[in-house]
Design a protein around this ligand. Sequence first.
Ligand code: FAD
Ligand code: NAD
Length: 463
Amino acid sequence: MKYDVVVIGSGPGGYVAAIRCAQLGMKTAIVEKYNTLGGTCLNVGCIPSKALLDSSEHYHAAGHKFEKHGIELKDLKVNFPQMLKRKDEVVTQMTKGVDFLMKKNKIDVHVGVGSFIDKNTILVSGEKEEKIEAVNVIIATGSKPSSLPGMEIDKDRIISSTEALKLPEIPKSLVVIGGGVIGLELGSVYARLGTKVSVVEYMDSIIPTMDRGLGKELTRVLKKLGFKFHLSHKVTSVENKGKSVTVKAEGKKGEIELDADYCLVAVGRRPYTDGLNLEAAGLKTDERGRIDVNDHLQTSVPNIYAIGDVIRGAMLAHKAEEEGVLVAETLAGQKPHIDYNLIPGVVYTWPEVASVGQTEEQLKADKIAYKTGQFAFRINGRAVAGMDLDGFVKILSDEETDEVLGVHIIGPRAADLIAEAVVAMEFRASAEDIARMSHAHPTTSEVTKEAALAATGNRALHM
Ligand code: FAD
Ligand code: NAD
């Protein structure tokens, strides 16, 4: 059978690309090496981590907020196996949903490792071997956890996010290497469940690539949760001692040594192309292991495209999805476009952190004159009612035109609040536009309105 399109990899990039190709009338197949579809995101990433974040946040609220709300609980305790079971059920529900979508869109699913025989032929090595032919191929093979040079993730005491989502018990202590998204999200899960969490971060701030104000506020909040931070520290060794680990790191004031039950290595992810046999298709990877693509996400071999974590750019599920749609529509002769500046980034701690557009640091580096409007959640009625007092919304707008250039939020459900900023920036709104829109009262979205009022003319109403 010759397909119009064969997609290799069924993560959010791959399965969305396949659906859009099928919608546009192309005979489509997807190749996935695992038995469940959905890739990193659904199986060992976005979805299971959010399930555990929600469960642990409920537990933490029950222990720390309920009494103040006038709700008394006796003998509050965690049933960790049940927490993990619910997480697995959520994952199964979501991956089954992708099975359904493949059937509904008449996409053939081939289970096995896909590798190139030539630029139009894929060998699928699963329970049996089969060759499938394709006019066009989309590589969506994603990424795997990175490790540190000379340090092995042994999956026993020295673990990646995958193992951290299914530990046999709640650790008493956990050292996290890397104060980025994974380290802080999974660190939060365990800190809420009572684990002593220490973070060793190479840079002088956590979430260092986001607007610096966010990292500062998140550090303050996570310290209240019990996190210990060792910033500007370079890890020099990690040793599995059987029932514990020892992490050594070098800082400006000398070496520190941390002992813990587990060490979570969360220093980024690397593009994954193992087993693809790219050379047979005439492709190679760049110095960082990524597949090189042009603006149409086309590789140097014209009938082969690549999307998601395996190419340049943010390693985010929604970025991979947009790219899947872009390739499908390009193949159908359309002229789609992605504005990468408007892809939001979110950290699902509590409070959540969410950003879109330019940071203050980027605007300064690019010598763009800007105005800042910032408003705190502690002044907002809904936030006070819900006892969510930490955080703020910061809006950066062009000094001259007032166009919104960046929105940076740390606060309750910031992940949802950022959508308004994305819409505004998509339509090139000014801070004044947001300030004049009616925002329902009482909602935390009023903090965005107030920050816009502050940015457009220093005229926040409740400050
Ligand atoms: P992947 O999801 O990695 O999928 C690639 C698929 O290709 C896999 O199923 C793999 O088995 C398959 N594959 C690889 N090689 C072959 C081959 N040769 N043959 C057949 N199949 C192959 N992003 C967010 O936006 N929001 C979040 O909240 C979020 N949380 C995360 C939490 C964690 C713990 C982790 C690890 C990641 C998280 N991410 C999150 C990142 C997100 O998971 C990735 O950006 C996203 O999954 C990338 O999608 P993808 O389609 O490019 O690749
Ligand atoms: P990351 O890039 O977010 O963070 C890695 C951190 O490790 C950085 O702060 C970096 O400075 C630090 N670091 C690097 N080397 C170090 C060293 N030797 N010692 C100490 N610190 C070191 O990477 P991650 O947290 O591993 O996440 C991987 C990818 O998965 C990210 O690209 C992210 O976009 C994606 N992800 C997204 C979400 C989300 O959207 N909510 C959640 C989880 C993962």
